[in-house]
Design a protein around this ligand. Structure first.
Ligand code: GLV
Ligand code: MG
Length: 330
């Protein structure tokens, strides 16, 4: 059979189903985070740390990067936004130190490609000056109105970018959305069924983040990047977290930021093909291979049409499963 298109991959493959947020000002929980099952960790210098604690938090983080065993986790630090006084110092210290362990810098509130180019320029200089061989990658949070309208240019602005993340809380603040929970639904954002309906009218909730998520995943996948969904602040609502994780997994997202250890297991399960998805995909591939041998393009499979596009979708599922297993066994 002729070779089909595969998942576009221009960045190193990393498992990113769960990415745990760890406030940099709380070193007492670093070890537990390192021990957790989260695929990735980001140590935070931004919004979970008060202005008074920023410098201290940076010291805690530098120490932890050097001295804790982060196992096979992807390790990232969320720095302060580019227009703050802390930004340059964060980058200088983190990248200057990076002889080995830090994988990624997470830049929040990216408004345009100019922000990424500025970050890249500074990182290039520091790595060159310190003769650092391990090049640090970038994770970018799209969480402002400006960031979303510029997302396509942002996604293609640097070879160091590995992923685009959605930051629902900042995004809500930026566009004036009337929600005060992090990444959850809004009970008023919906419609009523028509007045003509004989039955009682029903309220249908719409997904308030849908348009942002869609634009982010498209921009990410156009440039071979991972797409990571926003955190979910209500950490006692596992059902709500799981529903939104399933929704973004089915749209094409690779994972979700998590703000509580409880959410790690759920994210790791949801952002991986189920056994059923995998076996359906394998059966489809077999059926198509068989039919192409006898010169057929489209075929019927379990009462549904299968053609070349379905093969691509099935291959994506199989590849994702294989890569996830491979990485899990590292
Ligand atoms: C994350 O940074 C968010 O703003 O939701
Ligand atoms: Mg944010």
């Amino acid at each position: 059979m002729k070779k089909q298109a595969t998942i576009k991959s221009v960045v190193p493959f990393r498992l990113n189903r769960s990415e745990l947020a760890v406030p940099g000002s709380r070193p007492e929980i670093f070890e537990k985070a390192a021990e957790s099952d989260s695929d990735a960790i980001f140590l935070d210098l931004e919004d979970s740390v008060s202005v008074e604690r920023k410098n201290k938090a940076r010291e805690f983080i530098l120490d932890a990067i050097r001295n804790l065993n982060w196992k096979n986790k992807t390790l990232s630090v969320r720095v302060n936004p580019i227009d703050t006084d802390f930004f340059i110092k964060d980058i200088e210290k983190l990248v200057g130190l990076n002889k080995q362990r830090l994988d990624l810098i997470m830049l929040p509130k990216v408004n345009s490609e100019r922000d990424v180019l500025k970050l890249e320029k500074i990182v290039n200089q520091i790595e060159k000056r310190n003769k650092i061989e391990k090049k640090v990658g970038f994770e970018l949070i799209i969480e402002t109105a400006q960031g979303l309208i510029n997302v396509n240019k942002i996604a293609s602005s640097s070879k160091r970018i590995e992923s685009l993340h959605f930051g629902a809380a900042d995004f809500a603040a930026s566009i004036g959305a009337k929600t005060m929970s992090i990444g959850g639904p809004h009970h008023q954002y919906g419609t009523l069924s028509p007045t003509s309906s004989k039955n009682e009218r029903n309220f249908f909730l719409n997904d308030i983040w849908q348009v942002a998520l869609f634009n982010i995943v498209v921009a990410a996948k156009a440039y071979g990047l991972r797409a990571i969904d926003c955190p979910y602040g209500d950490f006692n609502d596992n059902e709500g977290f799981e529903a939104l994780a399933k929704s973004s997994y089915s749209l094409g997202f690779d994972g979700k930021m998590v703000i509580h250890p409880k959410q790690i297991k759920i994210a790791n399960k949801i952002f991986m093909p189920t056994k059923k998805e995998l076996s359906d995909a394998k059966l489809m591939l077999k059926a198509v291979e068989k039919s192409s041998k006898i010169g057929k393009g489209a075929i019927a499979f379990n009462g549904k049409l299968l053609d070349i596009v379905t093969i691509k979708q099935a291959k994506n599922i199989v590849q994702l499963y294989d890569k996830t297993l491979e990485k899990n066994n590292d």
